[in-house]
Design a protein around this ligand. Structure first.
Ligand code: SF4
Ligand code: SF4
Length: 408
């Protein structure tokens, strides 16, 4: 598979940027142009989504947190062509909004719609059996199509895969086959934000998945296993879509530094982080989850030029920023099983992110509801001191307390 994002010195830049290079060192090693104005393109950068052959701008829309149809409409008018939603977002209203906008605009044939259907709870799979797994998955897909007011989606993801064994589950694979044979789906894949490297690695030899939606951001720049898995997937022709690129977690207000990170304007932070993910050779496009016109105005111009501005270089090279980013939970699962009460800390932290950083309380509630009853928030008793420790320094106890306060 031909790589398109040439000229960015991928790995070299990643390592240098996290390892303490000065801004000058960064530029020297990566050969980047500093001034975005000097190289401003008049057209968005377009890349091909692996073997699907779909060509889309590098910036897409993650619709998840948006509830304003005018924002979706404006995104299309500005040039965004790939819209990512899910069966579960806003209890189906998110898909309904996407469907209504494109019906009204009469542009269904000009957009790439991706949705995600939950495959069911892994712990119930054996009990359910493959026939029921397949039926439930396909019934949800039909619901999604009805809400989206379309007879097919361009990309169907199995939602939130964290266990590679799920990628071999016969009931799910047969559901994907049937959906494709019935032309309800053009391309299939899965989304992953825990155990990403393992899931992506497992997908490559299977040859069954066209697209993977993975969490990837600057805080993961030293995650060699993930970056290598992404490279392998891209080399095998799997289209990679990046999510969670802008690190919307509490790192700016609770990181391991006393430095005042508020000196950085949020729009600069967003554009720098978005560019970082898009400069990875393996990534085709990213789906920032903007919710305002102002954020759209920040994110969309990134599609025209991935060169860093001097301030963005300064931000990415800032020692305090890198230290603070250590408190981004990467959902590595390293703290799983370490709570004496059996609490599923990584999933609680994801719920915290949705509530405290995305202001998406419905998504936070849904995430809490996904947790097995004996491992949920109610089981997080008031220990004098939380025993769960993150090797990266994520302030687990603080976030759990905040979560309890929000959902008290
Ligand atoms: S809190 Fe730390 S150890 Fe736990 S999942 Fe997040 S990054 Fe991994
Ligand atoms: S506060 Fe106690 S129950 Fe809650 S996660 Fe920490 S150790 Fe587990």
């Amino acid at each position: 598979m031909k790589k398109e994002n040439k000229g960015f010195g991928r790995r070299e830049f990643l390592i240098k940027s996290v390892g303490g290079a000065t801004a000058a060192g960064l530029l020297g090693k990566s050969g980047l142009k500093l001034n975005a104005q000097e190289t401003k393109n008049t057209q968005p950068l377009v890349r091909t989504l692996g073997r699907t052959g779909i060509k889309i701008p590098v910036v897409s829309m993650g619709v998840m947190n948006a509830d304003n149809p005018a924002l979706v409409k404006r995104s299309f008018e500005m040039g965004i062509r790939h819209f990512d939603t899910a069966w579960g977002y806003q209890k189906g209203r998110n898909e309904e909004m996407v469907g209504s906008v494109f019906k009204e605009l009469k542009v269904r044939d000009q957009v790439v719609i991706a949705t995600k259907v939950p495959p069911g709870r892994p712990e119930l799979m054996d009990q359910m059996g493959d026939k029921l797994i397949e039926e439930e998955f396909l019934a949800r897909l039909d619901q999604s199509l009805a809400r989206l007011q379309t007879d097919h989606v361009d990309i169907l993801y199995m939602h939130s895969i964290s266990d590679a064994a799920m990628l071999k589950r016969p009931g799910l694979l047969s559901a994907l086959d049937k959906a494709q044979k019935a032309k309800k789906v053009r391309f299939v894949g899965f989304s992953t934000h825990r155990n990403m490297a393992e899931c992506i690695e497992a997908a490559v030899p299977s040859g069954r998945f066209d697209v993977i939606l993975t969490a990837i951001n600057y805080s993961m720049a030293d995650d060699k296993a993930l970056l290598e898995a992404m490279d392998k997937a891209a080399d095998a022709g799997i289209g990679l879509v990046a999510m969670k690129t802008q690190c919307k977690q509490s790192w700016g207000r609770e990181g391991g530094t006393d430095a005042n990170l508020s000196k950085y304007d949020r729009s600069l932070v967003n554009s720098a982080l978005l560019k970082w993910s898009l400069r990875l050779e393996s990534v085709t496009t990213a789906i920032p989850g903007y919710t305002t016109f102002q954020q759209l105005e920040t994110d969309w111009p990134v599609a025209f030029n991935l060169d860093y501005s001097p301030d963005e270089v300064k931000f990415l090279a800032d020692r305090d920023v890198r230290l603070a980013l250590g408190s981004v939970c990467r959902q590595c699962g390293g703290c799983l099983g370490t709570c004496p009460s059996g609490v599923d800390v990584p999933t609680l932290l994801r719920a915290h992110m949705y509530a405290a950083d995305y202001n998406n309380f419905l998504q936070a509630r849904q995430t809490l509801a996904e947790i097995q009853p004996q491992a949920g928030l109610k089981n997080c008793v008031d220990c004098r001191e939380c025993k769960v420790v993150c090797v990266r320094g994520v302030k687990i106890a603080r976030r759990l307390e905040e979560l309890k306060t929000i959902f008290a």
